[in-house]
Design a protein around this ligand. Structure first.
Ligand SMILES: CC(C)(COP(=O)(O)OP(=O)(O)OC[C@H]1O[C@@H](n2cnc3c(N)ncnc32)[C@H](O)[C@@H]1OP(=O)(O)O)[C@@H](O)C(=O)NCCC(=O)NCCS
Length: 178
C-alpha cells in the first residue's frame, strides 16, 4: 500500500484481537512511539492486555489497533490507537474508535477518556477536551513510567456515553373478554 492514495476504505472490518495479532500490534504502536506520538509497548504488555484490543487487518498484517481499558465502574480509557501511516485518512481510525465506544456502551460505562496529540481527530468524532486534573488520579497509573512525566503535553479528551435504551416494555397481553 502507498501513502499517496487517500480513497476511503469501504470495507473496514474491525475485529477483536487474537494472539496472532500481538506482535503486529506492538510493532504498529512502537512505530508511532518512536516518533513521540504515543507510549511504547512491549510485546509482553500487548499480550497481557490483548483482550482490550480491536484490530483492523490487511490479510494477516495488523494495520490498525485500539484498546479500551477499564479504569473504574464508570470510566475507561481508549488507548493505543494507531493506524499504519501508509493507509491513514481513510476512516480506519474512526472505525476503531467507534468499536471502542460501542463496547463501552455495551459494558454500561458512563465515560471514556483518551490522552492524545490529535484533539481535532477526536473532536470530529464528538469528543470534548477536558482538564486532565478533573480525571481520577488513577488514570495516571501509566504516566509515571512515561519519559515525559511530569511534563506531559498530551491533551485529555472525554466522551460521555448515553446509556443503552431500556428494554422495551413487554407487550400487554390481549385482554380477553368473557
Ligand atoms: C490518529 C490516527 C489513529 C488516525 O487514524 P486514521 O485512520 O488516519 O483516521 P481517520 O481516517 O478515521 O481520520 C483521519 C483523518 O482523515 C479524515 N478522513 C477520514 N475518512 C476519510 C476519507 N474517507 N477520505 C479522506 N479523509 C478522510 C478525517 O477527517 C480525519 O481528519 P483529521 O485528522 O483532520 O481529524 C493515526 O493518524 C495514527 O495512528 N496516528 C499516530 C498515533 C496517534 O496519534 N494515536 C492517537 C493517540 S490516542
Amino acid at each position: 500500500m502507498t501513502s499517496e492514495a487517500a480513497s476511503p476504505v469501504t470495507d473496514v472490518r474491525v475485529e477483536r484481537a487474537t494472539v496472532h495479532d500481538g506482535e503486529g500490534i506492538a510493532r504498529l504502536i512502537n512505530y508511532w512511539a518512536a516518533q513521540g506520538q504515543m507510549l511504547p509497548r512491549t510485546v509482553g504488555e500487548t499480550y497481557e492486555n490483548l483482550r482490550d484490543f480491536f484490530v483492523v487487518r490487511d490479510g494477516d498484517r495488523v494495520i490498525g489497533c485500539a484498546a479500551l481499558h477499564i479504569t473504574w465502574a464508570d470510566l475507561a480509557e481508549l488507548k493505543s490507537l494507531a493506524v499504519d501511516e501508509a493507509i491513514h485518512s481513510r476512516g480506519i481510525g474512526a472505525a476503531l474508535v467507534h468499536a471502542c465506544v460501542e463496547e463501552g456502551r455495551t459494558l454500561g460505562l458512563e465515560r471514556l477518556f483518551a490522552l492524545t496529540y490529535r484533539p481535532g481527530f477526536f473532536e470530529r468524532l464528538g469528543w470534548q477536551q477536558a482538564d486532565v486534573m478533573n480525571l481520577p488520579r488513577k488514570v495516571w497509573n501509566e504516566c509515571y513510567r512515561c519519559p515525559k512525566f511530569p511534563g506531559c503535553d498530551e491533551i485529555a479528551m472525554t466522551l460521555d456515553l448515553d446509556p443503552l435504551p431500556a428494554d422495551p416494555a413487554p407487550p400487554l397481553e390481549a385482554s380477553t373478554s368473557a
